[in-house]
Structures are given as C-alpha cells and as structure tokens.
Design a protein around this ligand. Structure first.
Ligand code: HEM
Length: 304
C-alpha cells in the first residue's frame, strides 16, 4: 500500500483520537496486526442466538411458540431503542420526530400482521398440552412491553380508570405503580390479594420499572410532543404518525393478540390466571397513549 497524503491524514486523525484518551497509536496499530478478521457469525452472534430455544415438552409446536415470543422480544428491543433516541433528543425536529415514530410503528405493524404465526401456526391440540407446563408464566410478564408503555405516554394514561381521580403528577411513583391498569389482571377482585404471576413479576422488575417511570415522566413521547413548538404540534404528518402508533399498539396489536388467545383458550383459564377476556379487550382496557389527538366520538368508540 502506498502511504499517500490521504492515508497520512487518516493516521493523523487516528493519532488525535487516541491522544484524546491518553492512548498510544502505535500500540493500537500493533494490536490490529493480531486481531481476528470479523465473520458474519461472530458479529451477529448466530451461535448464541440459535442456542436460546429450549423446549420444556416434546411437542414440536412449542418451538413455534418460543421462537415467536423471542422474535417479539427482539422487536420490542428495537422499539425501545428508537424510543430512547427520540425521548432523549434535546429538541427533536418535526421530521426526525415523525420519522422515528414511523420506525416504531413499522415494528409494531410487523408484530400485528405476523400474529397469525401464533393464531394459525400451531396445532390447538399441541398447544393445549404444552401450555400446562408453562403455568403460571404469561406474556403478561414481558418487561419490555411495560417499558414501551412507560416511554410512550404520561403515567395517568396507564392508570386504572377507577383510580385516575386520586392520582396526579405529585403522586409518588410507588403509589401510581400499584394502580397501573395491568395490576387488575394480577389481583383477586374480592380480596385484593396479588397473584403469584404478578408477585414474581414485581420481584424481578419492580425496581427497574420505578426507575423507568421516573426517567420517562417528563420525556415520554407525549411530553416530547407537547414541548414541540405549537405549529409543529399541528403538523398533519406528525399527528397522523402519533395516531397511527396509538392505534397500532393499543387496538390492532391488542385485537390480534386477543383473537389468538380466544382461538386457543376459548373461554378457558389463562396460564397467568387473569380474567383475560374482559381485561384484554381494548374497549374495556381503554389504554390510549395520546387521548388529546382523538375526537370525542373516536374516544367513545375506542376498540369497538
Ligand atoms: C397463543 C398465543 C398467546 C396466548 C394464548 C396468549 C394469552 C394471553 C393471556 C390469556 C393473557 C392475559 C394474562 C394472563 O395470562 O392471565 C396474555 C397477556 C399478555 N400477553 Fe399473551 N398470549 C399469546 C401470545 C403472546 C405473544 C406472542 C406475546 C408477545 C410477547 C404476548 C404478550 C402478552 C402481553 C404483553 C400480555 C399482557 C397484556 C396486557 O397487560 O394488556 N402474548 N396473553
């Protein structure tokens, strides 16, 4: 290789980079001599990834169930990645805002349109057998799903409707946590006793959830939107993107999920033990991230 001025310039830039962190450029160049060339499998970590599918039963369709959930978790991670960038941007411009929202929506659209992999992709007979070995676990215990909710909207929109009047921005996070809409799925209605499903979930994630609730209290997607200049808040493309996200997450995905659940468990009991038929329907749950962007009529008929 000829050491032309372009190469010299690159070496100089490298030297500046390493000087800034008190490193010797020569040592790093020497290190390059011995470093392994990268391969696809090392970079993507295919061996690790493809070793994460462990069945608990001998039924082949359990593999579909495990892998589809893992695909969901990977997409949840991609969604959280975009949300982090959007919410931590000091002053996001409207184009950036819209573009990032559309990225998030595309991931959720993908989750929604692919739900028939669950709905049609397993034999009901096999599912009914392997599901017993999964009790008392449930997709309800997906922590990333909850993190997505916290990053999307003000906490008040995630509070159970029955308690909204008693909670405002000054309520301690711990108290708000106990009144999140999803607490209803994990409590005995008569005694208020929490189920094993939710106790285990909280034991593992409650501290992280409280931290996340606090972090996103002032920088969730809705707050970022409300801090845009007034004219930008009226931008039709941005409003359309916000509404699309709300609908995809809170109606379309929820209905895809509910219909898959109905196909398999019909009127039966859920592995997580919730009163799921009612709890999961958007028209009862009324989880709406951006209520101000919907008309009275649209709100009244949410999920119908
Ligand atoms: C055959 C497939 C599925 C069935 C039968 C099913 C069933 C259920 C049921 C009955 C619940 C209510 C909680 C409980 O267990 O008591 C639930 C909650 C949940 N499931 Fe699934 N599910 C399926 C697939 C999935 C997939 C692929 C995901 C993606 C990660 C998922 C994520 C969730 C989440 C996030 C909740 C909580 C929803 C909320 O709080 O509104 N589920 N599921």
């Amino acid at each position: 290789m000829e050491i032309n001025p372009e190469i010299e310039k690159k070496i100089q830039l490298l030297d500046e980079k390493f000087q800034k962190i008190d490193q010797k450029t020569e040592t790093h160049l020497e290190g390059l001599l011995w470093s392994k060339p990268i391969t696809y499998w090392d970079y993507i970590q295919t061996d690790a990834l493809l070793n994460l599918q462990t069945q608990r039963t001998t039924l082949p369709d359990e593999m579909v169930f495990i892998m589809y959930h893992q695909v969901n978790e990977l997409l949840f991670k991609m969604i959280l990645w975009e949300m982090h960038q959007l919410c931590h941007a000091e002053k996001p411009q409207t184009d950036f805002f819209t573009e990032r929202l559309m990225r998030i929506s595309r991931y959720f659209d993908m989750l929604t349109t692919s739900f028939d992999i669950m709905g049609d992709g397993m034999e009901v007979g096999q599912y009914m057998k392997f599901r017993n070995t999964l009790t008392p676990a449930s997709g309800f215990q997906s922590a990333q799903y909850r993190l997505i909710e916290f990053a999307s909207t003000d906490l008040i929109n995630l509070i159970d409707h029955r308690f909204r009047a008693t909670i405002d921005r000054n309520t301690p996070f711990e108290h708000a946590f106990e009144h999140l809409y999803w607490q209803a799925a994990g409590k005995d209605h008569t005694t208020g006793k929490k189920s094993f499903l939710i106790l285990e979930f909280e034991r593992k994630y409650k501290a992280e959830f409280l931290r996340h609730m606090e972090e996103y209290n002032t920088i969730n997607i809705w707050q970022k939107f409300k801090h845009l200049p007034i004219n930008d808040q009226k931008n039709p493309g941005l409003i359309q993107a916000m509404r699309h996200l709300d609908k995809t997450v809170n109606i379309t995905w929820v209905m895809g999920h509910l219909n898959a659940a109905k196909k398999y468990i019909g009127g039966g009991e859920a592995t997580g033990g919730s009163d799921w038929q009612k709890y999961m329907h958007p028209k009862y749950q009324r989880r709406i991230f951006f209520p101000e962007l919907w008309t009275e009529d649209e709100l009244a008929t949410w999920g119908e």
